[in-house]
Design a protein around this ligand. Structure first.
Ligand code: PEP
Length: 248
C-alpha cells in the first residue's frame, strides 16, 4: 500500500521565537510539496509564533516534549491539552537525547504514547541503538524490545496512525549516516515486528522514518527504500537544505 511520505524537522534547542519565524519564512517556498507531510517540531516557546507563521502553508507543527498529566503542580512542564490548543499536531516521544540526557525510560515513553493518542496528538516514536550495541550485533533485539515496551497497550487503530523514527544514536548529529541498506534493514524489521504484535494491515499502514544525519545529499537514496516512509531531521532542518529533503 502507498504510505504518505512524512518529513519532520527536529529543531531541538535551537531558534528563539523571532529566529523561528524568520526560518519559517525562509523555508516557506522551499518546502512546498502536496505529496508530503511536512512537520516542524519546535521548542515549546516557539510553538505559538510558528503555528501563526505557517498558517495557510502545507507545514504542520509538532512539539519536542510534554508531560503525561493535563495540569497541576509540575513546575516547568507542558501538557498535551496545552499543545493541542496551541495548534500542535505531532509530538516527538522517546528521542535518544530525552532517554540519555533526561533519563526517560520505556515506562514513561509508553505512558506518553498513550497520552498523546488520548489527547489527539500523533506521536513520532523514536527508537535506536548505541554504537556499542551496533558493534556487538545486538541492535535488532534492542530495537524490538524498545518498540514492544513503548507500544504496550496501544491499539492497532492507534498504531495505524503512529509514526516510528528509527534513529541509530551513532548517526545522530555525527555526520555519519547509516547506509540506505542498514536503515532499510531496521525499518523493515520494525514493520515485521508490528505485523507480529498486531497484524499485516497495521504494519502496512504505520509510517517509519529514518533519522540520523539525513541531508540533501543522502535523502533520495534513503527515501527510495521500500520500508522508509520519511525522515526525522535534526541539523539539516534548520537550513534551506530541508526543502531539498522534502522534495528528494
Ligand atoms: C535527530 O536528532 O532526530 C537527528 C536525526 O539529528 P541529525 O539529523 O542532526 O543527525
Amino acid at each position: 500500500m502507498a504510505r504518505r511520505r512524512i518529513i519532520a524537522g527536529n529543531w531541538k534547542m535551537n531558534k528563539t521565537p523571532s529566529e523561528a519565524v524568520a526560518l519559517c519564512n525562509e523555508l516557506k517556498d522551499l518546502v512546498k510539496n502536496d505529496a508530503v507531510d511536512v512537520v516542524y517540531c519546535v521548542p515549546a516557546i516557539d510553538i505559538v509564533p510558528v503555528v501563526e507563521a505557517v498558517k495557510g502553508t502545507n507545514v504542520h507543527v509538532g512539539a519536542e516534549n510534554f508531560y503525561i498529566v493535563d495540569n497541576g503542580a509540575f513546575t516547568g512542564e507542558i501538557s498535551a491539552p496545552m499543545l493541542k490548543d496551541a495548534g500542535v499536531e505531532y509530538i516527538i516521544i522517546g528521542h535518544s537525547e530525552r532517554r540519555d540526557i533526561f533519563g526517560e525510560n520505556d515506562i514513561l515513553i509508553n505512558q506518553k504514547v498513550k497520552k498523546a493518542f488520548a489527547s489527539g496528538l500523533t506521536p513520532i516514536l523514536c527508537c535506536g541503538e548505541s554504537l556499542a550495541l551496533r558493534k556487538a550485533d545486538t541492535y535488532k533485539e534492542w530495537i524490538e524490545r524498545q518498540i514492544t515496551w513503548d507500544l504496550d497497550g496501544v491499539t492497532a487503530d492507534q498504531v495505524k496512525k503512529l509514526v516510528i523514527a528509527y534513529e541509530p544514536i551513532w548517526a545522530i548529529g555525527t555526520g555519519e549516516t547509516a547506509t540506505a541498506d542498514q536503515a532499510e534493514e531496521v525499518c523493515g524489521l520494525i514493520r515485521s515486528l508490528i505485523a507480529k504484535l498486531y497484524d499485516q494491515a497495521t504494519a502496512d499502514e504505520v509510517r517509519i522514518q529514518y533519522g540520523g544525519s539525513m541531508n540533501a545529499g543522502n535523502a533520495a537514496e534513503l527515501l527510495s527504500k521500500p520500508n522508509i516512509d520519511g525522515g526525522l531531521i535534526g541539523g539539516a532542518s534548520l537550513k534551506p537544505d530541508f526543502g531539498k529533503i522534502v522534495n528528494a
